[in-house]
Ligand binder design. Structure first.
Ligand code: ATP
Ligand code: F6P
Length: 464
């Protein structure tokens, strides 16, 4: 009986950051810079989510959270630099955050920290640089600069009036106080300029319309910067759908390039109506499919521009392609067990792991960040990985998520969270979900899975 050697499991070793990047010695502190309500916390949160998705450990140190321990509900006067008590407490909060961050690096807890504060003066930024230099940490400054008053007011109303700083307060008064807080910061704010030419920095001006980059040094830094350059905040949605039920799904077989079944064709015919129901009339969107027949057949009635991506093809199950789970268990029992043990890292012989898939999907994520309304018709494993990126699902859980056939999922990015709505087509299909240990051809769907309930997610970052 053939069996796949255990050495074929890919696991990150000490010399890589998990995404295959040689990064043992690289420690980066991303230092956010900008007046309040410029999207710094939102950018920090997105970078951390992106890095976690790539298996790069990252953590945000939010100075506002440290400040709140001593001063939970400050008024704008607290942020006036002529207020010595406020100055002292704010300095102490910044020092506590930097101390914790240095300790975090020293204990080997991660590679990238984000120091989320206004860091609005040259002297504050110089002090951070000195602390980082002393610890062998590279400082990468990210300034968000925006003087569009209407946008800033919209930001205040969207996220600041519900901040813990204003808990229980009237939203109009909170918005007014927050504007006064900004005025206090404006008195001392210094944008990054030629005096700081020795710093590594990226300036994002007017939500990335204009970008200035200085002294970017290594691969990880350039990767973060490239990601930042692709971000936008225009309202949009991303729709995800698996292909319609295929002949292989009916037979319980893995992989292949089968046609869709007659029920799959029914789903393909209904999909334009589901999309209209979700997106509304006249919304312009682009459809991305894989290069496999079942996604192309499913998308064929959609009246939109279509693009085929090889990177969206299903996880390659190598020697197990075309087998059922029962046949895999019979022919490769050790591998069947190893996959259950660590499904994210397990790589099929001659095929891929979920970890491999994430790496090949990175350009898709970049392109999605740059784009507006996109509908992706793809496969179970691929959809899980894309969904995990947007919904921040941990790696160990993502390969076990149930993503039913004949269901359209709409994801709408909001400040600090992604809203999810599911549109079931009510066209029967087999379940291709397999729980740990099972080798059933078709299993009943589990009652409760992450995201299956739809609705907006919690807002973990509000209050930064
Ligand atoms: P504070 O200093 O008070 O913590 P902040 O700069 O961290 O403020 P966020 O809390 O992140 O600001 O603000 C989020 C809001 O900023 C959202 O409404 C988001 O749409 C918007 N936003 C995101 N990116 C940018 C950007 N580059 N420029 C301006 N606004 C942005
Ligand atoms: O004003 C926004 C804020 O996030 C406060 O909550 C926090 O105290 C401050 O910025 C931190 O930045 P700094 O003290 O460095 O200006």
């Amino acid at each position: 009986m053939a069996s796949i050697p255990q050495g074929n499991l890919i696991r990150p070793n000490r010399k890589t950051n998990g995404a295959g990047v040689q990064a043992e010695d690289t420690k980066i502190c991303v230092v956010m810079v900008g007046l309040p309500a410029r999207g710094k916390s939102l950018i920090a949160q997105k970078v951390v989510r992106y890095l976690h998705w790539l298996s790069i450990t990252a953590q945000t140190f939010n100075v506002g959270q440290y400040r709140r321990q001593a001063t939970p509900n400050p008024t704008a006067a607290f942020f006036d630099t002529s207020n010595p008590d406020g100055e002292k407490l704010r300095r102490a909060a910044a020092e506590a955050a930097v101390d914790d961050m240095c300790k975090w690096f020293r204990e080997g807890k991660g590679l990238i920290a984000i120091l989320d504060a206004t860091n609005s003066t040259k002297s504050r930024r110089r002090w951070i640089k000195e602390r980082c230099d002393a610890e062998g940490i590279e400082a990468l400054y990210v300034e968000s600069k925006c003087d569009d008053e209407d946008l800033i007011m919209a930001n205040i109303l969207e996220v600041k009036t519900t901040s813990p700083d204003y808990v229980g307060q009237d939203p109009e008064e909170a918005a007014q106080d927050f504007r006064n807080r900004i005025r206090n910061y404006e008195k001392i704010y210094e944008t990054i300029d030629e005096d700081e030419a020795d710093l590594t920095y990226v300036k994002l001006i007017d939500v990335g319309k204009h970008v200035i980059i200085n002294q970017i040094k290594d691969y990880l830094q350039s990767r973060v910067v490239y990601y930042l350059m692709n971000l936008h905040i225009k309202p949009r949605s991303i729709w995800l759908s698996r292909h319609g039920e295929s002949e292989y799904n009916l037979a319980g077989k893995l992989g292949g390039d089968a046609d869709i079944s007659s029920r799959g064709q029914e789903y393909a015919r209904l999909l334009p109506t589901l999309v209209k129901q979700s997106a509304g009339e006249g919304r312009k969107l682009t459809v991305w499919t894989s290069t496999l027949k079942r996604t192309i057949q499913t998308a064929r009635f959609l009246p939109f521009e279509k693009l085929e991506w090889k990177a969206l093809d299903e996880l390659d199950s190598g020697v197990c392609d075309g087998l059922t789970y029962a046949q895999v268990e019979e022919r490769y029992p050790e591998d069947f067990a190893a996959r259950d043990e660590d499904k994210y890292n397990y790589r099929y012989l001659g095929g891929e792991s979920y970890r491999d898939v994430v790496i090949r999907l990175e350009p898709i994520i970049m392109e999605l960040e740059r784009s507006e309304n996109i509908l992706i018709v793809t496969h179970q494993a691929i959809l899980r990985c894309i969904y995990a990126y947007f919904m921040n699902v941990p790696q160990e859980r993502s390969p076990w998520m149930e993503v039913p056939l004949h269901t359209l999922i709409q994801l709408t990015p909001k400040a600090y969270s992604t809203q999810e709505t599911r549109y079931p087509a009510n066209i029967p299909a087999v379940s291709t979900f397999r729980e740990k240990g099972s080798k059933a051809k078709h299993q009943d769907s589990p009652a409760c899975t992450p995201g299956a309930d739809g609705g907006e997610r919690a807002n973990p970052m509000n209050g930064a």
